[in-house]
Design a protein around this ligand. Structure first.
Ligand code: FAD
Length: 402
């Protein structure tokens, strides 16, 4: 019997973990091919430090081809452009690739259209991609020569609130380091109904803790708000309030990649893939989606839409579940590992420049039994240690390590 073919789309947290895990699960007795337009792994959590020169692109990326080669995984450096799911084929500009099993880990792209004036060349910076974080750094240098009010936040429908808070406190820390903290008013703007909601429904004592952080840093907050548009130097809120700025960083909502959105048999209106708790798609037993590419239903209604942060830890967990289930199917068994996004634990660090908060919870989404937030300088140290550890682990493809 010929060896089964597994194709994985995406080479970052979800794709790299899933591809190497499938190989490991089957002791190498499977052909795995990763297709991705990125030939470098990007450790996105460190994008918060890039604009201040605390990290360079080389510090937080590494080439993926050697990692895959060391684990006998084929790597195709190209985007998937079309999914022919009934024919079990993935099209790319370099040709088509047939599969027995497909794992989609194509992550996110920014939806800049939600607020006019955002965008790669818009009126506010953004740190969610390497290219945009580099531009945010160029803007930061110009800002230091001409300091003034700062606005940092997230639009209606955004979900990556952790990065917005981290950037906010890192900016405050940098202002102090540059001796200009007192002359720069800072405002945090967010659709969250309260501080510390984080898009995960908040955590015990989270609101009080975040209020203390903002008070200590003398940052004002405008919450539960939508944004109308961003002009040069001015953010206009949905209720027409205006916030002038010399520097703004605004996180937009994420949506799925176009190749997934076009595959309407498996995708929703955001371009994400609804999945079962095995990470199989509803219509296809042999097609999986993990990480940001997998859809998660928002379990609450807020006046202004608040998205869900699909962070690295659940992404890795989902990739392991998908890999185990693909391996089971290849062995002729039923996929029997089940784990919903909401039931995966939350392990996160919110960095604040020279301190931060360690966030632990038994579940990503409420109701939870346990959650704890531990503030202090050890959080900053832990974030740096985690960055070094994770990049080392991913670079070597040691995906079975925690
Ligand atoms: C600024 C920022 C800070 C963050 N901080 C944290 C944090 O502190 N802790 C935490 O846990 N998480 C954090 N996250 C979230 C974390 O980065 C995500 O959970 C993680 O990136 C999800 O991995 P993924 O593989 O699903 O998607 P991605 O990382 O987006 O990877 C998607 C992959 O798919 C590829 N791809 C794109 N289009 C195609 C295509 N057409 N065909 C094939 N492949 C394609 C991409 O090139 C990429 O390789 C942060 C995210 C951001 C943006």
């Amino acid at each position: 019997m010929s060896r089964k073919k597994v194709v994985v789309l995406g080479s970052n947290f979800g794709g790299l973990t899933a591809a190497i895990s499938v190989k490991n699960e089957l002791d190498g007795d499977v052909d795995v091919t990763v297709i991705s337009p990125s030939d470098r792994f990007l450790f996105n959590p460190s994008l918060i430090w890039l604009p201040f020169g605390k990290r360079t692109p080389d510090d937080i990326t590494f080439p993926v081809a050697p990692t895959f080669e060391n684990h006998d995984v084929d790597f195709v450096h190209a985007p998937a452009t079309e999914l022919l799911l009934d024919q079990q084929q993935v099209l790319t500009p370099q040709g088509s690739y047939g599969y027995d099993y497909l794992i989609i880990a194509t992550g996110y792209q920014n939806n800049h259209d939600v607020v006019p004036g955002l965008g790669p060349n818009g009126n506010a910076y953004n740190i969610t991609t390497l290219e945009e974080a580099i531009k945010a750094g160029e803007g930061w240098k110009r800002f230091l020569e001409n300091p003034g009010p700062i606005v940092i936040g997230a639009t209606q429908g955004a979900g990556c609130f952790g990065a917005a808070y981290e950037f906010l406190f890192n900016v405050s820390h940098q202002l102090r380091k540059n001796g200009i903290k007192k002359q720069v008013p800072m405002t945090y703007v967010s659709p969250e109904p309260e501080l510390g909601h984080f898009g995960i429904g908040g955590l015990k004592h989270g609101e009080t803790l975040l209020e203390m952080f903002l008070k200590k840093e003398k940052i004002s907050a405008v919450l539960d708000t939508g944004m109308s548009y961003v002009d040069e130097g001015r953010l206009v809120l949905a209720d027409d309030r205006k916030l002038d700025f010399n520097y703004a960083m605004i996180i937009p909502p994420f949506v799925g990649q176009d190749v997934v959105r076009k595959a309407t048999e498996i995708s929703d209106d955001k371009g994400y893939v609804p999945v079962r708790d095995t990470y199989q798609t509803e219509p296809y037993d042999n097609v999986y989606a993990v990480g940001i590419a997998a859809a998660v239903d928002v379990p609450w209604h807020t006046a202004n839409p608040v998205g869900i942060p699909k962070t690295g830890f659940p992404t890795e967990q989902q990739a392991h579940v998908a890999a185990k289930n693909v391996a089971a199917q290849i062995r002729g068994e039923e996929p029997d590992v089940h784990k919903t996004f909401g039931d995966i634990g939350a392990i996160c660090v919110m960095d604040a420049g020279n301190n931060g908060v360690i966030i632990l919870a038994d579940k990503m989404l409420p109701p939870r039994k346990h959650s704890v937030m531990i503030p202090g300088p050890q959080a900053h140290a832990m974030k740096i240690a985690f960055e070094k550890y994770f990049i080392w682990k991913a670079k070597h493809g040691y995906v079975s390590l925690p």
